[in-house]
Design a protein around this ligand. Structure first.
Ligand SMILES: Nc1nc2c(ncn2[C@@H]2O[C@H](COP(=O)(O)OP(=O)(O)OP(=O)(O)O)[C@@H](O)[C@H]2O)c(=O)[nH]1
Ligand SMILES: [Mg+2]
Length: 296
C-alpha cells in the first residue's frame, strides 16, 4: 500500500476572483455559495477531496479586504487564521488584466509566508489568447491557469497540491465531502438565493439561521430565519404581499433539495436584529464564535 498524504490547502485572493467556484470545481459538486457580487463568502467553506493516496482539506476563504465593520473583521480574522494553519496556499487572481499584487501585501499581519504558494489564474475563458501568455510576475511561483466554468486546468493544480502534501494518514473518512454540518450549507444556499433575488446592498445585511431541521420527515422540514439590520430592509425582503420572500424561498428550496438529494419543505421567516453586523454576540452567533471570543 502506498503511503497516504494529507494537507490543508487554503484558497485565497481578493473578493470575487472565483475562490468558491474553484472549490466547487475541484470537488466536482457544489458546496460553496457563488455570486457575481463580491464578498459573498463569509465563513470559510471546507471541502474534503480524496483522490487515490492524497486527501486535501480545501478551505474556501472569504475575500481578503480591508475590514470596515465587525463582521468583516471577523471574516478576515478567520481567513488569516486558516492561512497560518495551512500546508499550502492557492492564491487566486483573474487571468489576463493586471498582475496580482504580492500575496504578502494582502496579508500584512503575517510577518512571513513560509508555505508553498501556487498562483492560480482564474476565469481563463474571459480573456483572449494573447493575454494568457503575458510574462509572469514571479517566475519562482508556479502558475496554473484554470477555468471553473469549463472545468479546465484542474488536474495539474491537484497534482501540485499532492506533490506538496506531507506523507501522513488521512484525517477524514474517504467518503467525507466536508466537515461542516448540513445546517451550515442550508444557510449558505438561502444566502445564495438572496444574492440572486435581492438588490445591491440587501444581501449583505442578511444573516440566516436554521431554527429547525426535522430529520426523518418527508419532505424534510426546515425552518430558517433571515435576519435584517433594519425594519425597512425586512419589509423589502418580504416584499408586496410576501412575494419576494416566497420567490426567494422557492429558489432556496430547489437549491437545498439538489444539495441534500431529497424533497424539502422550507419555512422561511424574516426578523430584524438591529445592526447585527457590528454586534459581537450576533457576529459570534452567525459563525464567528472563535474570532469574537474575547469580545463577548
Ligand atoms: N466566466 C467565468 N466566470 C467565473 C469563473 N469562475 C468564477 N466565475 C464567476 O465569478 C463570480 C465570482 O465567483 P465566486 O466563486 O463567488 O468568487 P469568490 O472569489 O468566491 O468571491 P467572494 O466569496 O465574494 O470573495 C461569479 O459570478 C462566478 O460565476 C470562470 O471560470 N469563468
Ligand atoms: Mg466565495
Amino acid at each position: 500500500m502506498t503511503d497516504q498524504r494529507f494537507a490543508t490547502a487554503v484558497i485565497v485572493g481578493k473578493p470575487n476572483v472565483g475562490k468558491s467556484s474553484l472549490l466547487n470545481a475541484l470537488m466536482g459538486q457544489k458546496l460553496a455559495l457563488v455570486s457575481d457580487k463580491p464578498q459573498a463568502t463569509r465563513a470559510p467553506v471546507i471541502g474534503i477531496l480524496t483522490t487515490n493516496d492524497t486527501q486535501l482539506m480545501l478551505v474556501d476563504e472569504p475575500g481578503l479586504l480591508d475590514p470596515t465593520y465587525l463582521l468583516q473583521r471577523a471574516m478576515r480574522a478567520a481567513a488569516v487564521a486558516w492561512v497560518r494553519r495551512a500546508d499550502m496556499i492557492l492564491y487566486l487572481h483573474p487571468a489576463g488584466g493586471s498582475n496580482p499584487p504580492p500575496l504578502k501585501t494582502l496579508i500584512p499581519e503575517l510577518s512571513e509566508i513560509t508555505q508553498p504558494i501556487a498562483m492560480v489564474r482564474t476565469k481563463t475563458d474571459r480573456c483572449g489568447k494573447s493575454r494568457k501568455s503575458r510574462s509572469r510576475p514571479r517566475p519562482d511561483v508556479p502558475e496554473f491557469p484554470v477555468c471553473a466554468e469549463r472545468l479546465t486546468g484542474l488536474a495539474p493544480l491537484v497534482e501540485w497540491c499532492r506533490s506538496h502534501a506531507p506523507v501522513r494518514p488521512f484525517r477524514y473518512d474517504v467518503d467525507d465531502l466536508s466537515v461542516q454540518p448540513q445546517r451550515f450549507f442550508v444557510t449558505e444556499l438561502v444566502r445564495e438565493a438572496a444574492f440572486e433575488r435581492l438588490g445591491q446592498e440587501l444581501p449583505y445585511s442578511l444573516a440566516v439561521e436554521v431554527d429547525e431541521f426535522r430529520e426523518g420527515s418527508d419532505p424534510l422540514y426546515i425552518r430558517a430565519t433571515l435576519y435584517t439590520e433594519r425594519e425597512s430592509q425586512k419589509r423589502m425582503v418580504i416584499g408586496k404581499q410576501g412575494r419576494t420572500i416566497r420567490a426567494l424561498g422557492s429558489d432556496a428550496r430547489r437549491k437545498i433539495e439538489e444539495f441534500l438529494g431529497q424533497r424539502v419543505y422550507l419555512d422561511l421567516w424574516v426578523k430584524t436584529l438591529a445592526k447585527w453586523r457590528s454586534k459581537p454576540h450576533a457576529v459570534a452567533r452567525f459563525g464567528f464564535r472563535e474570532e469574537i471570543g474575547g469580545q463577548i
